[in-house]
Design a protein around this ligand. Structure first.
Ligand SMILES: [Zn+2]
Length: 325
């Protein structure tokens, strides 16, 4: 059954299926989570189940309606995204949506729409949507997708049922990547860097990632306070724009998580194909020190996310990593 295709969100699926069984789905949902964590797939599955001729708490996957949705051309589902070259979702787009929702559905029992990303609605646009969210015309279903519900007007939030999607675990990412035909070794390499996002995982370029991982491991193993140049050279070589730096920090997090696992006597690590390098990272410092560094990498990541200078942030982090062992 189609809901079973969604990985890693069992509790959310259970809640949605219960409301389907009881005929008590909300008019408007707000799905919060990182892009690629399964929000959109779950939204589509909810719509599919609502439209399905089988009228159960799941979609049959086989009826006319289910087939049309899977093929991506059901006339009663509307996707609202920023227009090409535009940053925001405009008030005109939402006015048009409201007009469309007020029309009789072509074949489904009601219309449905997904607004993605909802935080890109301008304030005016969001304000124009309030009444629709509260009482969608024609009993339409509206699902807003957002990375961060806090970025939406509280008046929008309060009119929707909020459902939070946790990032996928590396194990779930690996499973989905392998199912899509990726070799296990590649999936295992990419998953820890994906931040729980399948979208991010698929964007990561495998080959350059392997090269970059070697470069990072080599720089990290050479860090030394006695040779201060190793610190600044590493920061110079490895820092890039904000996204590249965040990717580097995710990689470091994954290495040091593994090092801490090894230090705790746990043989199961994520970066299996570079086990020897991880073992040497684990052995370079004491267990408590590796734990501290893990926390420092997390703190650096938060700083860079808040737009701290990448090079300076890495200088500081690498100095800490080179310090008292
Ligand atoms: Zn069906």
């Amino acid at each position: 059954m189609p809901f079973a295709d969604i990985m890693g969100h069992d509790r959310i699926i259970e809640v949605l299926r219960r409301s389907l069984r009881n005929g008590k789905t909300a008019h408007s949902y707000l799905f919060e989570g990182v892009p690629g964590s399964g929000r959109k797939k779950t939204a589509m599955m909810l719509i599919q189940a609502l439209f399905c001729k089988a009228l159960t708490d799941d979609a049959c996957g086989d009826c006319h309606s289910c087939r049309k949705i899977v093929s991506g051309n059901h006339p009663d589902i509307h996707h609202i995204v920023p227009l090409p070259d535009k940053r925001d979702i405009s008030i005109d787009q939402l006015r048009e949506l409201q007009h469309i929702l007020s029309l009789r559905p072509y074949e489904a029992p009601r219309k449905a729409c997904i607004i993605d990303p909802a935080e890109r609605m301008s304030v005016n646009a969001a304000n124009s949507l309030l009444k629709t969210l509260e009482e969608p015309p024609g009993n339409a279903l509206i699902v807003l997708l957002t990375e961060n519900a806090g970025m939406l007007l509280s008046t929008v939030r309060s009119r929707c049922q909020l459902i939070r999607f946790a990032p996928l675990s590396p194990e779930h990412v690996i499973t989905v990547l392998e199912r899509s035909g990726m070799p296990p070794e590649t999936a295992t390499l990419i998953a820890p860097m994906s931040g729980g996002s399948l979208q991010r995982a698929l964007e990561l370029d495998n080959e350059s990632l392997v090269v970059r991982r070697e470069a990072v491991l080599s720089r990290v193993s050479q860090l030394s306070n006695n040779r201060i140049a190793t610190i600044f050279d590493a920061a110079e070589e490895l820092s890039g724009n904000r996204d590249a730096t965040l990717e580097l920090l995710d990689m470091l997090l994954s290495f040091f998580r593994d090092a801490v696992h090894l230090g705790a006597g746990n043989r199961e690590i994520v970066n299996r194909s570079v086990r020897r390098a991880i073992e040497s990272i684990a052995a370079q410092r004491s267990f408590p020190r590796n734990l501290e560094i893990l926390e420092q990498i997390n703190a650096t990541k938060r700083d860079v996310q808040r737009n701290a200078n990448s090079k300076l942030a890495l200088d500081n982090l690498f100095m800490a990593m080179a310090g008292n062992r």
